[in-house]
Write a protein that binds this ligand. Structure first.
Ligand code: ZN
Length: 403
């Protein structure tokens, strides 16, 4: 694997961070051969199946991927959506989110390249995944979090032995300021920068594209008509789209889905750009949403390009609707998504209202992370559980009052 500039085609070593030094273009991974149908059929793990399209040998990998694609008929019924709807249940990854796919190959690459430490900035899923794979590889892990990050969110990375530091106004200074900080921190620690945003690190998105490989295999190498996925900076959506393009390039499928980005209305750099028909993502002064996993102040051009290239769209979802969707999804499918993931449900509803999905369409909603990961927005809405005397009538009375 080599990294190649998307604009001028200059090539770089696999561990190169940030954009092209010649022209500022976004780097992307490039490989010698296409996806291999025999390898996919014979392999079991992510690296056995897709290793020739991943950026490392996977020395730190283990147990990620192979998540189920679940029919969600009851959810579609409740939403009044006539299309066939599936959930790609990424909660089943080892740390409960799709970020394990991103970090397994990236931390393996760091280890295989001789790094002794890795650094990331995240308040949630990427930090947990980074810490897990660093632990598996025996690397030091450094995590920067926002000053206000809830202590509960730091438990999982700390359980894996990560060093965590709160940083004032970490994400508030915009993309360039964050890039400068992370570059200096990584240099100072002599650590590999494993930040989940393609303009900073082009390797992490490579693992995420395997979501699409699996969906296609589950659908007997047909592809969905529409994929709806939560996305903040656009990486997740662009990476899944990349997977579908690679499947088509390998001759395994004949088309690509329309890619739909579900964003929080208060942090919607892509949806705002789509609504305004803008050429670039629109920066968000102060992201305002309970969906912390996608509270993005900025997004990359690669996300908007994937939306436009696939004839897709991006939709901003209000906080009330996305928290409602946590419950709706859990009750109708048995899949408990985190609030950021749940944005896909109101986004699908909006598409249906617009007539943008038909009864013939197959829709995949990517459930990026588990409800266990982020409980506060749901807890905040619940009333206290009542207490009854140890008496059947009292218990029945308490249940009656609940209903
Ligand atoms: Zn370039």
């Amino acid at each position: 694997m080599r990294l190649r500039c998307s604009d001028c085609a200059a090539e770089y070593a696999p561990t190169t961070s940030f954009q092209c030094r010649e022209c500022g273009g976004i780097l992307a991974a490039t490989y010698d051969g296409p996806l291999d149908a025999d390898r996919i059929a014979d392999g079991e793990t992510l690296f056995e199946k897709y290793g020739n399209r991943l950026p490392s040998r996977g020395t730190a990998a283990g147990d990620e991927g192979a998540t189920p694609l679940l029919r969600a008929d009851a959810l579609a019924d409740v939403l009044g959506v006539e299309a066939t709807v599936y959930l790609k249940d990424e909660r089943r990854n080892p740390t409960g989110s799709f970020k394990d796919r991103a970090l397994a190959p990236a931390i393996s690459l760091a280890s295989e390249s001789g790094a002794e430490g890795v650094v990331t900035a995240s308040t949630g899923n990427a930090a947990a995944a980074c810490a897990r794979y660093a632990a598996r590889a025996g690397l030091d892990c450094y995590v920067l979090v926002e000053e206000t990050a809830p202590a509960k969110k730091l438990l999982e990375p700390r359980a894996y032995g990560a060093n965590v530091v709160r940083v004032e106004d970490l994400f508030a200074g915009g993309e360039a300021a964050l890039a400068d900080l992370l570059r200096d921190v990584a240099d100072g620690l002599d650590a590999y920068l494993a930040f989940a945003y393609q303009p900073f690190n082009a390797v992490l998105a490579e693992g995420v594209k395997t979501v699409s490989y699996e969906v296609a295999e589950n659908l007997a190498f047909d592809v969905p008509d529409v994929v709806v996925t939560a996305t903040g900076g656009g990486d997740n959506l662009a990476a899944q789209y990349r997977g579908y393009r690679e499947l088509r390039a390998a001759g395994l499928t004949s088309r690509v889905p329309r890619m739909v980005g579900a964003q929080a209305a208060g942090a919607a750099p892509l949806a705002t750009a789509v609504d305004a028909d803008a050429d670039s993502p629109v920066d968000v002064e102060e992201p305002a949403t309970v969906a912390s996993g996608i509270a993005a102040p900025f997004a990359g051009q690669h996300g908007l390009d994937a939306i436009r290239d696939s004839d897709g769209t991006a939709i901003g979802v209000g906080d009330d609707a996305l928290v409602d969707a946590v419950t709706t999804t859990s009750e109708t499918t048995g899949v408990w998504p985190e609030p950021a993931s749940a944005t896909v449900v109101p986004a699908l509803e909006r598409l249906a209202d617009r007539g943008a999905v038909s009864a013939d369409d197959v829709v995949v909603l990517t459930i990026t992370g588990s409800g266990h990961k982020h409980t506060e927005p749901v807890e905040a809405r619940l009333e206290d559980v009542p207490t009854a005397a140890r008496d059947a009538a009292a218990v029945a009375g308490a249940f009656a009052a609940e209903r």
